[in-house]
Design a protein around this ligand. Structure first.
Ligand code: CA
Ligand code: CA
Ligand code: CA
Length: 104
């Protein structure tokens, strides 16, 4: 129905371009119109988990931010003891250690 409606007011190339937005080419359950940022790769869609791979897995526009797995670093708590666990693809901006401290 929407294709017919689009076809009525667009020229052919614009219509074909717009029509692509409503097809799920990689079969991941998301069309570009649903937010699929790479409809040629079924591993990339809005419900995908972000992992450290230089790709925007969950299509939020951010590469490798808040991954489900990654390297572990420890940043300091309010008392200056490094026991705050951080899982990330990149080292934290703030001071960190690779091992946790035993805090009193
Ligand atoms: Ca798709
Ligand atoms: Ca992302
Ligand atoms: Ca990623």
């Amino acid at each position: 129905m929407i294709f017919f409606w689009l076809a009525c007011w667009m020229d052919d190339s614009t219509y074909l371009e717009e029509r692509e937005r409503f097809f799920d080419r990689d079969g991941d359950g998301f069309t570009p119109n649903d937010g699929d940022c790479d409809d040629a790769n079924p591993m990339l869609h809005p419900d995908a988990d972000e992992v450290c791979d230089d790709l925007d897995n969950n299509c939020d526009g951010l590469l490798d931010i808040d991954p489900i797995t990654g390297s572990i670093w420890y940043t300091a708590n309010a008392n200056g003891c490094f026991d705050q666990r951080v899982i990330a693809c990149f080292p934290p901006d703030e001071p960190y250690q690779v091992t946790a401290e035993d805090c009193p």
